[in-house]
Ligand binder design. Sequence first.
Ligand SMILES: [Zn+2]
Length: 349
Amino acid sequence: MFKVPPVSAERLPGLLRAMPKAELHIHIEGTLEPEMIFALAQRNGLRLPYASVQELRSAYAFSNLQSFLDVYYAGASVLLHEQDFYDLARAYLARAARDKVLHAEIFFDPQTHTARGVAMETVVNGLHRACADARTESGISAALILCFLRHLSEASAFETLEQAGPLRDRIVGVGLDSSEQGHPPEKFARVFARCRELGLRLVAHAGEEGPPAYIWGALDALKVERIDHGVQAVHDAALMRRLAQERIALTVCPLSNHRLRVFPELAQHNLRQLLDAGLAATVNSDDPAYFGGYVNENFTQVFAATGLTVRHAYQLAFNSFEASFAGTAEKRAWEHQLKESFERFVEHD
Ligand SMILES: [Zn+2]
């Protein structure tokens, strides 16, 4: 194991920004900035229920997950053509590359678009082309994860999977997102079993607002490989032991948790508790256009608020590569780059 060198508290934010990392919990629709919502509305000849960028931004004062989702679905309505999805993903990937993200696993919600008459292939092809072009241009690696909306039915999820069939080679895995409470993972056990047969990698949101039982459900009924959020696991000691023993990664999103009042104060965030219990936690931005920051902002703010250390920084970045769905050779190369970035940073002290 790499012996993490000491870094002063003043220099820690600089290290957090400079260290290579993977982002594993990012909803592409959640990277839609108000400026782009207005630009796309104009390009597509749509009228928005907001008079200005400022008015739209001021609607971003959320009280819980549902109040956010209402604004989020309204924003996504400007996405109509393949080029819109392309532009959205290119903007995110350029932003992520500046944050030293070497690899991103990007969630998309096809049902949000197919329900409005946008074809599955319009969505997937636009996103896929953006990932390919970004890789050529900046070297960033990216993969797509199709998410089912859990407030919709099992039948709708199956229909979505069917529509994605011809695009199977452009999708690395599937996830489960949207309103958690009242929609336990078990509702989608048969859909996930089918996805597993198709060789898709499996993740699910669980234990964001919902109880630890939803995390157990995601592991046992859906057989997921990672848990998105998972911060409620701390209320169940047996679950904590299992997550640590099986090295099930948690894709934690500090600023999202703060904005949606999972933790009313960022200083109350339990990321340190998760890491110190041996869990493979990672830091991610979730819906950065709505929650006040991309991945580096999540790192610097949660470190400042909770007193995490340089050792945690290395562990979080290491976990992000290790928990990704990339191949072993790529993971080892990224982990080597991570080690080098720490050594280089210390040399310049
Ligand atoms: Zn999420």
